[in-house]
Write a protein that binds this ligand. Structure first.
Ligand code: HEC
Length: 196
């Protein structure tokens, strides 16, 4: 009985200490302040085990079809280069300010099942978005197929594969031309159905 009483006291003390820690504001959430080693280690382990468990049943299709690789290169050029770089591109402004820093995907080919899961679902509390909200599984596999090839690819090969797209190299999510072009939807009359 005395043990249970002591346990309750310690739990109450821990809850109060946690609340004081949160409300005091002492923890610095700034992206440019380095993580404490213990926080970085714990989050890294949590991320690794969580992704391994959830991607264990993901079975990759054949990834060496050149048409699939090309489709993946086009999507990668539009959506991923600013954070993950591309052959011939060594840094971008957005990468330098991110914490955690996005991995340089020209240096290694990520495990296909894990990469598919990460691209589809994103990673909480990092800048990695969940692309499954706007892209089907086939498109995501195309990007995975491209990522298997990217570490062995020259800048010329990347540019010829993604020739039909504007490469998003820096400063946000859309090429500059899209930001300055007039938005057609804004000038078109609203369809009658949207008023109801
Ligand atoms: C705004 C920045 C940003 C964009 C845009 C972005 N990512 Fe990421 N991505 C990240 C970050 C940050 C991580 C690392 C998260 C972590 O450390 O837990 C990551 C991790 C990954 C990983 C895991 C790599 C590994 O370590 O195995 C893959 C694969 C990946 N991203 C693919 C993509 C693809 C494909 C796209 C485009 C469709 C994309 N990302 C767009 C920020 C981004």
């Amino acid at each position: 009985m005395r043990f249970v009483g002591a346990l309750i006291v310690w739990v109450v003390i821990a809850v109060i200490a946690g609340a004081v820690f949160i409300w005091s504001g002492v923890y610095d959430v700034a992206a440019d302040s380095p993580d404490w080693p213990i926080t970085g280690r714990l989050i890294g382990d949590l991320r690794e085990h969580s992704i391994r468990l959830r991607s264990a049943d993901v079975k990759p299709p054949a990834l060496n079809d050149p048409a699939l690789v090309k489709q993946g290169a086009e999507h990668y050029a539009k959506m991923c280069v600013g954070c993950h770089l591309a052959p011939g591109l060594t840094d971008t402004g957005i990468r330098q300010g991110l914490n955690p820093r996005p991995p340089n995907l020209t240096r290694f080919a990520p495990d296909p099942s894990e990469a598919f899961w990460i691209i589809k679902h994103g990673i909480k509390m990092t800048a990695m978005p969940a692309w499954g909200a706007t892209h089907d599984d086939q498109t995501i596999w195309a990007m995975v197929a491209y990522l298997q090839r990217q570490p062995h690819m020259s800048a010329a090969e990347f540019h010829s594969l993604s020739a039909n797209t504007t490469v998003m190299e820096d400063h946000g999510m859309a090429p500059a031309s899209a930001a300055t072009a007039p938005a057609p939807a804004a000038t078109a009359p609203a369809p009658a159905s949207s008023a109801r």
